[in-house]
Design a protein. Structure first.
Length: 220
């Protein structure tokens, strides 16, 4: 029975179109060209950070993120970047009595933005910078398990990536939901693992309450 739902951030709750467009601008690359390379890197099964290397060999994402901040152009997202189904889904899941969390590979700055946006909506917000562990490292999901007050098999982790979200969460003994949006899920959606591995496959977060109820009912 699912008693807790933990959400990834990028392309699960937050539409990252603006942020990746900002990176293209920072690199001086046309946005459509950056997006095309980004998709090619994902389709080849490579780390998305290799996209930056294609345009600027030796590119250090952490150093450049600080350089952007120093230049007055820090990473940023706000209410307008949330997918439109986020607020209704959280409200519905909360009304069903589920414990809710947000946990993803995010910076300290992003964690602060998330806490401002979701002050009263979730029970916990954790980031890779908070925990000094990044997905898909098992240590990240160990931290999730430590902070969620239920057994691992009662936790549903919702994400858009097989590599960072679905596989490591399953290895940790959690249930999983793959949401179809953003470049990773769109590219991977019809692959064997995307069909076989997740407990749930959804096109919108608003599908979660009904699907969670059905999954729990089937296991009673």
């Amino acid at each position: 029975m699912i008693r807790a739902v933990v959400f990834d951030v990028g392309e699960c709750l937050v539409d990252e179109t603006r942020e990746y467009g900002t990176w293209a601008d920072w690199l001086g690359v046309p946005r459509h060209t950056f997006a095309a390379m980004f998709g090619a890197v994902i389709a080849q099964g490579r780390d998305y950070r290799e996209t930056f290397q294609e345009f600027e060999p030796g590119f250090d994402l952490y150093e450049q993120r600080q350089a952007r901040a120093d230049a007055g152009r820090p990473e940023h997202f706000d209410e307008s970047d949330l997918y439109p189904d986020v607020r209704p889904a959280l409200t519905a899941l909360r009304s069903d009595g589920l414990w809710l969390g947000i946990a993803g590979n995010q910076t300290v700055r992003a964690g602060g933005i998330l806490r401002t946006l979701f002050t009263d909506d979730v029970d916990l917000i954790g980031t890779s910078d908070d925990w000094d562990a990044s997905k898909p490292d098992p240590a990240f999901f160990e931290r999730v398990a430590e902070v969620v007050p239920f057994d691992n098999e009662e936790i549903l982790y919702v994400g858009d990536r097989l590599d960072n979200d679905i596989r490591p969460a399953l290895t940790a003994g959690m249930r999983t939901a793959l949401i179809r949006r953003g470049p990773w899920a769109t590219i991977q959606w019809n692959t064997e693992d995307a069909v076989r591995l997740p407990d749930l496959r959804i096109g919108s977060l608003t599908e979660l309450p009904e699907q969670i109820a059905a999954l729990s009912a089937s296991e009673r």
